[in-house]
Design a protein around this ligand. Sequence first.
Ligand SMILES: Cc1cc2nc3c(=O)[nH]c(=O)nc-3n(C[C@H](O)[C@H](O)[C@H](O)COP(=O)(O)OP(=O)(O)OC[C@H]3O[C@@H](n4cnc5c(N)ncnc54)[C@H](O)[C@@H]3O)c2cc1C
Length: 344
Amino acid sequence: FLPKRLLQVMAMMLSAKPLVALGTRLAQRSSRFASTLVVAEHDDEKLNSITLNAISAASKLGDVSVLVAGANAKKIAEQVAKVENVKRVIVAEDEKLKAQLPERVASVVLASQNQFKFGAIVAGASAFGRGIIPRVAAKLDVSPISDVIEIHSEDTFSRPMYAGNAISKIKSLAPVKLITFRSTAFPPAKVEGGSGTIENAPSSDVSYDKVEFLGQELSKSSRPDLQSAKTIVSGGRGVGSAENFKLIFDLADKLKAGVGASRAAVDAGFVPNDMQVGQTGKIVAPELYIAVGISGAIQHVAGMKDSKVIVAINKDADAPIFQIADFGLKADLFQAVPELTKAL
Ligand SMILES: Cc1cc2nc3c(=O)[nH]c(=O)nc-3n(C[C@H](O)[C@H](O)[C@H](O)COP(=O)(O)OP(=O)(O)OC[C@H]3O[C@@H](n4cnc5c(N)ncnc54)[C@H](O)[C@@H]3O)c2cc1C
């Protein structure tokens, strides 16, 4: 299947050659706008750290403006104005922007784009960013580019495909680039050192009433957030039950680590699904990733293979996880994990 599909894609790329001249014209047109809008993610209390990664990626594309939309946006805007490389903060504060429903935030983004004509509109590749960017792209009639891991120039980017088994380098001909950035591929911008100006967003219609925010259930945890943790201990189906996950939590506490899980562990109800690491869960790249009772399926590996050091504990010597682990221990986790926790 794969080689055939690749041939098809190559054929498509060759037949698209006449578009190059048009692309150059568009690129010339777009180079007038060396300015990028980052759509900030926050919970009306605190800026989400993924926005800092997006700001440092955006600063490679030109001057950075940040849009903060929300019910308590002014407070967040003050935090954002101090972030390095931020030149301007655009604030839209309205009770209707509570929980930042993408339908309503998109309307603020579009009004800002009308006024300031940014060359790129970007966000972190989180549930929030994935909700906004394609929606705005459709309204502006351009193709969005998701999960970018490398910026080659203002119109050329790399992004993973096939669950991270291929990297595609693409050139966007769109007059405005709509991008989500993978947080683990860019360092966070420093939260101090900037002195951005703060101004109100142009007026827009945020009264869209076909959707309504009813409530949310957040899993509370005092452990480090998975996506910014330096160390992560993850458990898989091998852990066996929700009670047994205590072994994983105990080890994580010793290491001050975040706790992740495979989809099998989530599906079996051992832990909630916001702990899932992988293609359909969170993408992480900590200094140290310890996989316990995880076989290393391609979809799990897609979410953690960029970790600096990978340790696997598994009783099956043929488990695929050992192919990517820097250190592997073939052992029963019920013996090895308590021993490790004790030794720390
Ligand atoms: C479209 C799609 C998307 C997916 N997205 C994701 C995703 O985002 N994240 C994800 O994780 N999966 C995802 N999956 C599922 C993925 O294919 C695997 O099914 C899943 O990762 C397996 O989880 P596991 O390794 O915990 O379980 P298993 O594959 O069952 O592995 C359990 C491992 O535990 C070991 N073990 C058992 N008992 C012990 C013991 N006592 N001591 C030591 N080792 C032991 C076994 O040897 C085995 O290797 C996706 C699948 C699809 C089709």
